[in-house]
Design a protein around this ligand. Structure first.
Ligand code: IPE
Ligand code: IPE
Ligand code: MG
Length: 239
């Protein structure tokens, strides 16, 4: 990749197409998810090497619970396995892991695994890898509004003091910069309830590549495309 390229500080990814990838090969959908997990691991390493500061990957949405029990079960088993592997990868690559979404709906052992991933990597100073599981932006905003309402009820916050920053600070992504580049694999051009507030000004890159086929070259292609954009915020060009 051209060394003069600007590396986006925060890259958000909607990984999609695992099911289609498996179907094309006559395999069960769960095999697509398994391949997809390997690609997540590889992408964490690639992002760390490229100097990306924040990588936010959408792994399981609040809507994904509606899928067949068999598929949801297979995804939970994969989480269990890959959470443990991810801990090793995070340690090796100085990666800090953070989870966004509502973890309370998961089984106890998965919650413990997510907590351990965050706690044991909290002191790492490289890439922040954010995994969005049981995540839905509307649910995140609803939870933020509840927290803000409680502060108002307790008298620690006045309604007229609520700013955009107050809202950002109560979202799961509190303290993180907004995404600069949003990548979606699998060709669909929709947000699917992902980071609705935070993606207000993200540059959107959609590729036909299915998630299990995504790799470092594809990530670099997205960054190259991002470098060709003229970023505007309300008509003002950002240098
Ligand atoms: C993305 O792949 C993974 C999850 C949402 C868990 P899909 O499972 O949505 O794959 P397609 O879109 O059906 O191909
Ligand atoms: C988006 O993929 C959610 C995740 C990647 C976790 P979906 O396949 O669930 O989204 P839709 O149904 O195409 O919008
Ligand atoms: Mg899909």
């Amino acid at each position: 990749m051209d060394e003069n390229f600007t590396i986006p500080k925060h890259v958000a990814i909607i990984l999609d197409g695992n099911g289609r990838w498996a179907k094309l090969r006559g395999l069960p959908r769960s095999m697509g998810h398994k391949e997809g997990c390997k690609v997540v691991e590889q992408t964490v390493e690639d992002a760390a090497r490229l100097g990306i500061e924040y990588l936010t990957v959408y792994g399981f949405s609040t809507e994904n619970w509606k899928r067949d029990a068999e598929e949801v079960g297979a995804l939970m088993m994969l989480f269990r396995y890959y959470m443990k592997r991810l801990l090793g990868i995070a340690k090796e690559n100085n990666v800090r892991v953070r989870m966004i979404g509502d973890r309370s709906r998961f089984d106890e052992d998965i919650i413990e695994g997510l907590n351990a991933l965050e706690d044991e990597t909290a002191m790492n100073t490289g890439l922040t890898f954010v995994i969005a599981v049981n995540y839905g932006a509307r649910d995140e905003i609803r939870r933020a509004v509840t927290k803000i309402a409680e502060e108002v009820r307790e008298g620690t916050l006045a309604p007229e003091e609520i700013t955009e920053k107050t809202i950002s600070d109560h979202l799961d992504t509190a303290g993180m910069p907004d995404p600069d580049l949003l990548i979606r694999t699998g060709s669909e051009m929709r947000l699917s309830n992902y980071l609705l507030w935070q993606n207000a000004y993200a540059e959107f890159y959609v590729t036909d590549v299915l998630w299990p086929d995504f790799n470092r070259a594809e990530l670099e292609k997205a960054i190259e495309n991002y470098n060709g954009r003229e970023r505007r915020f309300g008509g003002v060009i950002k240098k």
